[in-house]
Design a protein around this ligand. Structure first.
Ligand SMILES: *[C@@H]1O[C@H](CO)[C@@H](O)[C@H](O)[C@H]1NC(C)=O
Length: 213
């Protein structure tokens, strides 16, 4: 699921970058970064053995991890160490500043450190660094008009495939979406519309103006 999502972001950034809407990309980045949960008022543990790890259900934004503080509250801090990699070239990522990072984790860890003004931050400007594409930075080929014209349809088709895969894994979570997917499977037009609506609603997580699908 995570890799699907990363791939989705990748495509999404391509769309957005293609459309020169950097601000929207920043909004998306901020959304991802700020999903840290507000800590709920945890009941004070009576018996230490019975207590589950306060971090267990505590989500942190990208580049951060949950750490239990002195008062036994879960807090989100910059990841202390990213997982070891096995040298897959596709683990590397290229940032919007055209710098290669060892992994997505390293990129967002650096961003987190720089935002917090940590001494470990390598470059102040990295407080605004974000993913440009997966893989090492390279000379990108010109996006031809032809490819641009194909893009919306390919994007929609790709989302359709993602939806299908999630349904197979029972990860679509809402029966309504499964039903809509079923409709889309039998109708070429819906096939290119429903998945886009689905993804939009999925990303539109804190809407003040939410409409039901
Ligand atoms: C980004 O870096 C790559 C590899 O160092 C280089 O080939 C490419 O020209 C750079 N792109 C830009 C836009 O500077």
């Amino acid at each position: 699921m995570q890799s699907l999502f990363v791939a989705f972001l990748f495509l999404l950034s391509l769309t957005i970058v293609g459309a020169k809407k950097k601000n929207e990309l920043d909004d998306l980045e901020n959304l991802l970064e700020n999903i840290d949960q507000e800590s709920k008022d945890d009941k004070k543990p009576v018996n230490r053995e019975e207590v589950k790890n306060p971090c267990e259900d505590h989500a942190c934004g990208w580049g951060k991890e949950c750490v239990v503080d002195k008062k036994s509250n879960p807090t989100c801090e910059c990841i202390s160490k990213c997982p070891e990699l096995d040298g897959d070239p596709m683990d590397k990522v290229c940032s919007n500043s055209n710098e290669t990072f060892a992994s997505l984790c390293d990129l967002y860890r650096e961003r987190c450190l720089c935002k917090k003004g940590s001494k470990q931050c390598e470059k102040k400007a990295h407080a605004k660094v974000h993913l440009e594409y997966l893989g090492e930075c390279k000379q990108l080929q010109e996006c031809t008009d032809d490819l641009m014209a194909q893009f919306p349809e390919r994007m929609a088709d790709w989302l359709f495939q993602v939806m299908r895969e999630l349904k197979k894994r029972r990860e679509l979570h809402k029966l309504e979406w499964e039903e809509l997917l079923q409709e889309a499977e039998q109708d070429d037009e819906k096939k290119h519309v429903y998945p886009v609506i689905w993804k939009f609603c999925d990303l539109d997580t804190k809407p003040h103006d939410k409409v039901s699908p």
